[in-house]
Ligand binder design. Structure first.
Ligand SMILES: C[S@@+](CC[C@H](N)C(=O)[O-])C[C@H]1O[C@@H](n2cnc3c(N)ncnc32)[C@H](O)[C@@H]1O
Length: 201
């Protein structure tokens, strides 16, 4: 029987926060869910590393489109991948899905200037997890999101293992409003991560 490893400190750390009603998904599942549910078109991922999330979004999208009913519309228009280091995997992904994705080799602060205000439907922030950097990323990307779009961030906490993960929680509270967003625990190989998300209205 498959058993979900539960973070023993989860209840303590997330007390008072709004839990997204479908917990125990991976971050790419929740992004796909938002993309489908809210018909999100322009997606940005800040910090892609080896493209673990991007490849699921792009490949899921691709297989859906291939297998979808005749004339089914594209699920989204474009997936912009941003990282200051180009991984082989991301460059390959961008090439394989060049009709719907781009890899931007840049730091977050410079890359944000390429996008107009209120032009994006979803920004997934998963770059540097220090307090100052996480706060700066939230602040600079928020104005780029359209009304009704979503801001999503990874590694809200990592209880008792790396204290710097609490920095993201602090940054999210300061920029998005104290506990004024959803969080959900994730199934990951180590079973102890958490993502946060807020719809911009
Ligand atoms: C945690 S990994 C990203 C994981 C990826 N989002 C995923 O879901 O698999 C963080 C990445 O952010 C990048 N990064 C950190 N700070 C950055 C910055 N200021 N601008 C751009 N990329 C940054 C790092 O190079 C690294 O590849």
């Amino acid at each position: 029987m498959w058993e979900i490893k539960r973070n023993p400190k989860f209840d303590e750390i997330t007390k008072g926060y709004k839990l997204f009603p479908i917990p125990y998904l991976a971050r790419w599942d929740i992004l796909m869910l938002l993309i489908r549910q809210y018909k999100l078109k322009q997606i940005v991922e800040v910090g892609v590393y080896r493209g673990d999330t991007a490849k699921r979004i792009l490949r899921d999208h691709h297989s859906f489109f291939e297998k979808g009913t005749l004339g089914s519309p594209l699920l989204f228009e474009h997936y912009h991948m941003i990282d200051r280091y180009p991984s082989k995997q991301c460059l390959e992904l961008a090439k394989e899905y060049s009709n719907i994705s781009t890899f931007i080799c840049s730091n977050s602060m410079d890359a944000v200037k390429k996008f107009q205000d209120k032009s994006l439907d979803l920004v997934f922030i998963d770059a540097c997890h220090g307090y100052k950097e996480a706060k700066e990323d939230l602040e600079i990307w928020l104005p780029k999101i359209k009304k009704g779009g979503w801001i999503v961030g990874h590694d809200f906490y990592l209880a008792g293992v790396d204290p710097w993960h609490e920095d993201v929680k602090r940054a999210a509270n300061e920029v998005l409003g104290y506990r004024d967003y959803y969080i959900f625990p994730e199934v990951e190989p180590w079973g102890r991560s958490c993502t946060f998300m807020k719809r911009i209205m």
